[in-house]
Design a protein around this ligand. Sequence first.
Ligand code: THU
Length: 140
Amino acid sequence: MPRLDDPQLDTLAMHAWEARMNAYAPYSQFHVGAAVLSADGRTFTGANVENASLGLTMCAERVALGAAISAGVRSIVAIAVAGEGPTGILPCGACRQALLEFSRGAVVLRCRPDGTHEVTSISALDPSPFTGGVVELAGI
Ligand code: THU
């Protein structure tokens, strides 16, 4: 995992909570925010975006990742996820796979409503992602 200091992680968590305020979740009422830190030090945020056609729902993590990638980022070092419940939430399986495309060993912050967070890594959460045979990804 990259070495990120506590103030950096706290700031990323704060951005995730802020992003959560824009969640569009009228169907589940489950509001999620995410903040991605790129290797070049930029922060990109996202919130979940639901749809009447429920399967079209986009998770906060992939919205934040898409914002980063479409701004030219190709390497991310951390993602903070702010969700409900006392323990907070971790990225779903689909988001883990999507994050792994751009982040070997990135830090994952599971943000709790009490302002604390738990630190893990994307490769710990998904140690055996699909690689499509791509050697660089297989080295995760
Ligand atoms: N959701 C996320 O945004 N991120 C996750 O990691 C899991 C779930 C969203 C999708 C949907 O809008 C709502 O939470 C309930 O599943």
